[in-house]
Design a protein around this ligand. Sequence first.
Ligand code: GDD
Ligand code: MG
Length: 360
Amino acid sequence: GFWAVVPAGGAGTRLWPLSRETCPKFLLDLTLRGRSLIQATWDRLLPMAGQARMMVVTGEIHSQAVRDQLPDLLPRNLLAEPSPKESGAAIGLAAAVLCRRDPDAIIGSFAADHMISGEDAFLSAVAEAVETARHNHLVTIGIAPSYPAVGFGYIRLGDKLDIPNAPNARVVSQFKEKPDARTAASYLSTGNYRWNGGMFVVKAKFLMELYHKYQPELAEGLEAIAAQWDDEKLREKALAEIWPTLPKIAIDNAVAEPAAQEGMVAVVPATFGWDDVGDFSSLADLLPAEVNQPRILGDSKWVVTEQSAGGIIVPASERLIACLGVDDLVVVDTPDALLITTRARSQEVKRLVKKCRETG
Ligand code: GDD
Ligand code: MG
C-alpha cells in the first residue's frame, strides 16, 4: 500500500526569529489559514494514504508538539529520533520500519515545511510517481526553476520512460544536490534542468536496497533499530546504542545522486505550485498584498505604516510597529528578539543567526 512519510526536522534558521530550535518552521502557520505547514502537509496527503498509513519522523524534542498538532496521527506511526541525523536517516528509518510492517509498502516522502497549491495537479503527479515507483525507480518531482537557486537539488531530464499511467515520467540523467551559483546558472541556461521538489516516491524495499548499495553502514544500523522497533525497551536500547553512530547525510547525497548515475532515478514534472518558503522574501510573496502596503503576517491592528511598501512585517502581539518611508523592509518582532533587514538580504539571515549564537 501507499504510505505518506513526512520527515519533520531542520531548523529553518532563515526564518529566525519566527522559527526557533524549539519551534521550527514546520510547526508555524505561515499562511494565516489556521494550519501550520505540517498540518497542511497532513491535510494534503490524508486523502491519498488514509489515516492508518500516515507516518511522521521527527526529533524526540518535537514529538509532543507534533502529537498536539496532528491528533489523528496514530501513535505507532510517529517515529521519534534521539538526535537530528538529516533526511538520510529519517527517511531511511521509516523505510526500514515499513519493510517489516508492509513488505509491499510504497513510500511517498514529502517535506513537512513546503507550500503547495493546486491540489488536483499535486495528486495526479504523485499518482504518476507511484506508477513509476512500481517499476523500481526512485521517483522525484521536478519543479520548473525560476532562478539559479543554490539551496536546491537539480535534476537533468533524461529520456522519457515508457510506463503505463505515467506518461510524463522521465529518467533522471543526472542529480546534483546544491550546486554552486555558477553551476546553477549554467543549468538554467540549458533549459534542461528541474529543481528537486524534496519529494521521493519509492518502494520501501527498493529504497533499502539502494541504502545497502550506497550507504551500507546506515542501512545496517537502521535495520538493526527497526528490528527492535515494536518493543519499547528494546527499541530504546537500540536507539541509544546505534543512532549516535549513524552517518549524518541527506537522502539526496546518500542515495539520489549515486542512483541517478546508474539510471535508477526518475522524475515526474510538477504542474502544481510549489514553494519551500526558504526566507522572509519568499514568504512575503505568498501573502496577500494591498497596493502600496507591506505584507503583514499576524494581527494587522499592531501595524501602522506610511509610504512603506513591498516589505513584510511580522508583529509580536501587544506591541505596535510603526514604519515611515521604508520600502522593502523585513521587520520581524517576537517577545525576545527583533529582526530588521531588507527583502534583498533575507537569505543571509542564516549567517546572522550563527553570529547571534556565537555572541550568546
Ligand atoms: N526527521 C527529520 N530529522 N527530518 C529531517 C531532518 C532530521 O534530522 N533533517 C531534515 N529533515 C526533513 C526536513 O524537515 C524536510 O522535510 C526534509 O527532511 C528535507 O530536509 P531539508 O533540510 O529541508 O533539505 P533541503 O531543503 O536542504 O534540501 C532538500 O529539499 C529541497 C527542496 O526544498 C533536498 O531534497 C533538495 O534536493 C531539494 O531541492
Ligand atoms: Mg528544506
